[in-house]
Design a protein around this ligand. Structure first.
Ligand code: URA
Length: 214
């Protein structure tokens, strides 16, 4: 089965991804299993999100003769995690692209305005020469993703893609209203948000489930 691509959304419907996501959604799944599954899914998602990376030819020698062969320039790729749940995705992605650089953006939700407020921002230098893959397990209202994308865009990267595990139409729409060209990779588009902006059916609070904080 190939991923479903529609209007800058790619639903990664590979059976292994869907199987692992079902296990993650189950409330009986422990934090340690949740982390392992998230790590495994992230590796699988990394294959999809890196599918169209630019390649270059280099000259090498096999044991038998010289040849021209292709490589990707992993140094040009930056994974940016939206703290804290985004960190659960990093290791799986780095297993596929070990040379990538890593940035972090800390955002919290203002309890009155519900706006995303930045408390931490550290990205690699020379972002204008790099492709960014922004990661956060849940795309709910889209406020955090939009705030993070806006900040990253200020530094003029070559491209930005967004990877999440579970999304909903509202979040996808919000991101694409502001940034129509951002490609979103997700393992599922769920039904709706509840009154507290949790995704239904979702998997609960991704940060709490990764770190066992509830
Ligand atoms: N963040 C989460 O961790 N879970 C949701 O359902 C929505 C936002």
């Amino acid at each position: 089965m190939s991923p479903i691509a529609d209007k800058n959304v790619c639903v990664v419907n590979h059976p292994m991804v869907q199987h692992k996501l079902t296990l993650m959604r189950d409330k009986h799944t422990s934090s340690s299993s949740f982390r392992v599954l998230l790590n495994e899914i992230s590796t699988l998602m990394a294959y999809e999100v890196t599918r169209d990376l630019a390649m270059q030819d280099i000259e090498i020698e096999t044991p038998l003769e010289k040849m021209t062969s292709k490589v990707i320039d992993g140094k040009k790729l930056v994974f940016v995690s939206i703290l804290r749940a985004g960190n659960g995705i990093l290791d799986g992605m780095l297993a596929v692209v070990p040379n990538a650089r890593v940035g972090h953006i800390g955002l919290y939700r203002d309890p009155k305005t519900l706006a995303a407020v930045e408390y931490y921002f550290k990205l690699p230098e020379n972002l204008n020469q790099r492709d960014v893959i922004l990661v956060d397990p849940m795309l709910a209202t889209g406020h955090s993703a939009i705030a993070a994308i806006a900040r990253i865009k200020e530094l003029g990267p070559r491209s930005i893609k967004f990877v999440c595990l579970v999304s909903c139409q509202q979040g996808i729409q919000a991101v694409h209203e502001r940034f129509p060209d951002i490609m979103i990779y997700t393992a599922a588009i769920d039904r709706q948000l509840d009154a507290k902006a949790y995704i239904l059916p979702g998997l609960g609070d991704a940060g709490d489930r990764i770190f066992g904080t509830k």
